[in-house]
Design a protein around this ligand. Structure first.
Ligand code: AMP
Length: 493
């Protein structure tokens, strides 16, 4: 059984059992089968209001059980009535395909005793199949904004029969540039509909949209889960500034990690995800990758393999991995330190879930110092060093590390191969990448035909440069390790 990171609900009435909430018997039966003992605060607070057809403003993050807070009453309400062709009865908007797919799975889980037609309209999936579903009549339409508008603009979809609109992860929609699309969709659904609006944070722009969309809403607020769960040990490890060094350190950490079961490895850029994936597979690791350049079936296959335990390592970018519910992840590695401290909290929160313990290790290069300081400020605690922090040697005129610096063993790998990355990227480069990945997702939602026929990502693109750089320095394939990593270490909590 999963148990979300419970928060504290602000509003007053709280039911302690599911049976007090007004849900149908079929839904209660499905809940029983999941093994949940009691509703989470967001569920206890929101469900009675949703069933009473009130608009709800839910301030809650992933991990609080908020999906069930709208899915359970929706199933109850939709048990009566039938859908008409091309006119969905309800609409759920999600910022990413993965989140949309996750909500779809919730309907399968909680709606197993109910016959509902649930359709998923997301980019990267064939238009034809989606259209066929719409023709048959849909009780619940789960969509990303761009793809939904594409269907609507083609005259394939009428939202005038939509009784309930759910905007999930509104602040993330803002972050990804979807707000204009959301506002257009708002004009396509009837004014008299019921609206549920979920967001983790309430910046002024989100408040403005909430005011526009909601009529006399009930506000349900669940406190943020602690920034860094106390069940997570989170050391940082010093690495050099080159990717080959980081890769070698990462392999060593994976191979020597205690209680290792599986790991999510985060990179800041999708190119880095692809390159690291290729490298880990080459080194015999059972790894899959998840980033915005992969087509939808590849993304779902990767997630599936990781969830089932067929793959032990999932290498991901922030955009692709946000909000995903993957229980029982033993380790998180930050191959790159995230530029935004919030991303750090999201990332490490993938482990240590549901009361389990977890370890989140950040590989910290000299240029990451500022990012680490901002993270430490947000979480309100220093991130302890694993081993001793390393003072990095000077660079030569060509920007390469000088041999013999304190963090360079200068050693050659057993097999003597070399593959050095000369990426030398900085903070701005990473931020631009994150931004461009978001823009890419927006584009890909809106231009499915192009995306579907696009060639697969070239993970090997930077390779010639890397190999050339490696030859230049005579460096190894990254098997060389900072000496301190070969000493036994003590992780301080
Ligand atoms: P969410 O915040 O919707 O992403 O949910 C986080 C996790 O909590 C999911 O794995 C759900 O299956 C689980 N969950 C939802 N409701 C409950 C509950 N009442 N008791 C225990 N686990 C729950």
């Amino acid at each position: 059984m999963n148990s979300p990171e419970l928060g504290t609900a602000v509003s007053t009435t709280t039911a302690t059992t599911f049976s007090e909430l007004g849900l149908s018997d079929k839904v209660l039966g499905a809940i029983e089968a999941t093994g949940y003992k009691s509703p989470t605060p967001i569920q206890a607070q929101a469900i009675p209001h949703v069933l009473a057809r009130r608009d709800v403003l839910g301030i809650a993050q992933t991990g609080t059980g908020k999906t069930a807070a709208f899915v359970l009453p929706m199933i109850t309400m939709l048990e009566k009535g039938r859908a008409r062709a091309r006119m969905p009865r309800t609409l759920i908007l999600e910022p990413t395909r993965e989140l949309a797919a996750q909500v779809y799975e919730s309907f399968e889980k909680y709606g197993k005793n109910t016959k509902l037609n649930v359709a998923l309209l997301i980019g990267g999936v064939s238009f034809g199949d989606q259209d066929l579903k719409l023709v048959r009549g849909v009780d619940v339409l789960i969509a990303t904004p761009g793809r939904l508008l594409d269907h609507s603009e083609r005259g394939r979809l009428l939202l005038s029969g939509c009784e309930l609109l759910i905007i999930d992860e509104a602040d993330r929609m803002l972050d990804m540039g979807f707000i204009p699309d959301i506002e257009r969709i708002g004009k396509l659904v009837p004014f008299t509909r019921q609206t549920l609006f979920f967001t983790a944070t309430m910046p002024p722009e989100i408040q403005r949209i909430a005011d526009n969309f909601l009529h006399n809403p009930v506000r349900v607020e669940v406190s943020k889960p602690a920034p860094a769960a106390s069940t997570i040990t989170q050391p940082q490890v010093a690495v050099g500034r080159e990717d080959y060094e980081k890769r070698a350190t990462l392999r060593h950490l994976i191979n020597t990690a205690e209680n290792f079961k599986n790991a999510i490895i985060f990179c800041n850029r999708k190119l880095e995800v692809a390159a690291l994936h290729k490298s880990l597979v080459k080194h015999g690791f059972n790894a899959v990758a998840l980033h915005g350049d992969l087509d939808q079936s590849a993304r779902m296959a990767a997630l599936d393999a990781f969830r089932k335990g067929d793959a032990k390592l999932l290498i991901a970018s922030d955009v692709a991995a946000r909000g995903l519910d993957i229980p029982a992840v033993s380790h998180v590695f930050n191959f790159d330190v995230p530029h935004h401290p919030d991303d750090y909290v999201h990332r490490i929160g993938r482990t240590g879930r549901a009361g389990l313990t977890g370890t989140a290790i950040s590989l910290v290069a000299p240029f990451d110092a500022k990012s680490v300081a901002t993270i430490e400020k947000l979480i309100g605690a220093p991130i302890p060093w694993m081993g001793e922090p390393v003072v990095v040697g000077e660079e030569d005129a060509r920007g390469r590390p000088r041999r013999g610096g304190p963090d360079r063993s200068g050693g050659r790998s057993r097999n003597g191969r070399s593959s050095r990355s000369g990426s030398g990227r900085g903070r701005e480069g990473g931020r631009q990448e994150a931004r461009s990945e978001r823009q890419e997702q927006v584009r890909s939602e809106r231009t499915p035909q192009l995306r579907e026929s696009a060639p697969p990502p070239k993970a090997s693109e930077p390779q010639p440069h890397r190999e050339r750089a490696a030859r230049d320095t005579g460096d190894t394939d990254g098997s060389h390790l900072p000496a301190f990593l070969l000493r036994p270490v003590n992780i301080k909590a």
